[in-house]
Design a protein around this ligand. Structure first.
Ligand SMILES: [Zn+2]
Length: 174
């Protein structure tokens, strides 16, 4: 599927299964802060003020929370670009669990290795799996999408397969 098809598919509101599209990461909007404080119950961002942790979605204070990865990406399939948000699969791009990343807080040298991992993903191709019907009207209007999970598309591997075929053809000819 292309991004354009995904967007049109999304408006039909009937699909409950995953749609996927392949796209290259163009940029990462929040590379300096790829995490947020999430309510343990609903995963919404909590508000922390003067030691009080409040979840507006659960409408509760003193909720339990932990840090969770979030990455806001701009991706393109060559025809169209789109903003897409990923959560736990950010680990794949950063290279360590969020707990490890957070434990390095303040140690810029340690974190910079993972920040470099992240920046090295720009320009690479991934398959983005999204549930089009889970995207709210507002988010769709704003061009904000969520990918439930992602998979790296390994261009190098495809090239290798082609090379092997080439060799086999040669051998057959001999
Ligand atoms: Zn909550």
């Amino acid at each position: 599927m292309t991004i354009d098809q995904i967007i049109r598919e999304g408006t039909s509101q009937v699909k409950t299964t995953f749609c996927s599209f392949q796209a290259n990461i163009m940029s990462i909007e929040n590379k300096r802060e790829p995490y947020y404080n999430a309510c343990k119950k609903c995963y919404s961002k909590v508000d922390m003020k003067e030691g009080v942790v409040e979840c507006y979605k659960c409408k509760k204070i003193d909720v339990e929370c932990n840090q969770r990865y979030i990455l806001k990406l701009i991706v393109t399939d060559g025809e169209q670009s789109i903003k897409i948000t990923i959560f736990d699969d950010s680990e794949m791009l950063i290279g360590c669990p969020v707990s490890e990343y957070m434990s390095m807080n303040g140690e810029k040298d340690m974190q910079s290795k993972f920040n470099r991992n992240l920046i090295s993903c720009v320009g690479k191709k991934y398959e983005f799996y999204t549930k089009a019907n889970k995207i709210s009207e507002d988010d769709r209007a704003m061009g904000r999408w969520i990918a439930q999970y992602i998979e790296r598309i390994d261009d190098v591997e495809h090239e290798d397969i082609n090379k092997d075929d080439g060799c086999q053809n040669k051998r057959r000819k001999l």
